[in-house]
Write a protein that binds this ligand. Structure first.
Ligand code: PXG
Length: 287
């Protein structure tokens, strides 16, 4: 069966799904998106993802032409039409087609696109043995430019950092903010564990407020671990007992080396492993 793609209220065969080459999403990266997952047919944290999408849109003066509840329904219906239960869901809202100029007033009709697919996972060995990462020379967006809290279609900054990761033989790269402080990875938030306390860069470090990040903070506190959101730097990673990343695609993945420094004893740590277990239980129980 050819996958079905949702565009503006209708489902199209993948091969028939298209939008205009004049769309400002394509011409300027003018739009917003979300990456969401479903487990056993249940969409994880759908309301939070829809809320973040609408907040990103508001921040760029983009009015999404359907209510939030209709967007949530559209996600569920697209998933059902594709008969997918464990899936990756990409929601994209573009500014729509316009003239060849920046002015968004010259665009019409924002395009709402929902693509569902099988989830591409990191290989299971990485959850067992952990990931090596490097720090990218590319700085995370300055909050006064496109604020990293906005999940906009402008991901070039993170793509450049991702290329640096690939060139170093890694799957993820750590990004620093304009002050040289720890921000996040190209598509994941970062955490460290030291002396039984969990630390993660605060939102004002210039990061996306990850939905997995928020879930893991809640889980960690429920499990009795103190969690501190604060300003951090690379040394906090180098001297950590444990390090891990969180994101919709990765869930929670251990990091065992950063910039050639072995973290802890070079194996995924006990708190990381416990939180991964708790997170996997949470997503499979679907709260
Ligand atoms: N930071 C950035 C910059 C992200 O893009 C996260 C953190 C984690 O946020 P969530 O809400 O997912 O916990 C993201 C999310 C992909 C992909 O296809 C990327 C993300 C999510 C899903 C898929 O690479 N990034």
């Amino acid at each position: 069966m050819d996958p079905k793609v949702y565009i503006n209220g209708k489902l199209f065969e993948k091969s028939e799904a298209r939008i205009s080459v004049f769309d400002h999403g394509l011409l300027y990266g003018d739009g917003v998106f979300e990456g969401i997952r479903s487990y056993s047919g249940r969409v994880f944290r759908l309301t939070q993802h829809v809320d973040r999408l609408y907040e990103s849109a508001r921040a760029i003066h983009l009015e999404i032409p359907i209510p939030r509840a209709a967007m949530a329904d559209a996600v569920v219906q697209t998933l059902a039409a594709n008969k997918l239960t464990d899936a990756y869901i990409r929601v994209v809202v573009t500014r729509g087609a316009g003239s060849l100029g920046l002015d968004p007033r010259k665009t019409t009709d924002p395009q709402i696109i929902i693509i569902t697919d099988k989830i591409a996972l990191y290989p299971p060995e990485l959850y067992e043995h952990g990931l090596k990462i490097v720090t990218a020379a590319t700085t995370r967006n300055h909050p006064n430019a496109v604020n990293p809290r906005i999940k906009s279609l402008n991901y070039l900054n993170n793509i450049l950092a991702k290329i640096e990761a690939t060139q170093a033989g890694c799957l993820e790269a750590l990004m620093l903010n304009h002050k040289g402080e720890l921000a996040e990875c190209t598509g994941d938030n970062v955490f460290v564990v030291q002396h039984g306390t969990i630390h993660t860069p605060s939102i004002d470090s210039g990061i996306l407020e990850g939905i997995t990040r928020a879930s893991v903070i809640d889980l960690a506190r429920e499990a009795g671990y103190p969690v501190i959101e604060r300003t951090m730097d690379r040394l906090d990673v180098f001297k950590a007992d444990e390090c891990f990343l969180t994101g919709t695609a990765a869930e929670l993945i251990p990091v065992i080396e950063c910039d050639g420094r072995i973290i802890g004893d070079g194996k995924p740590g006990p708190i990381t492993r416990e939180l991964l277990k708790r997170f996997q239980a949470l997503v499979r129980e679907g709260h």
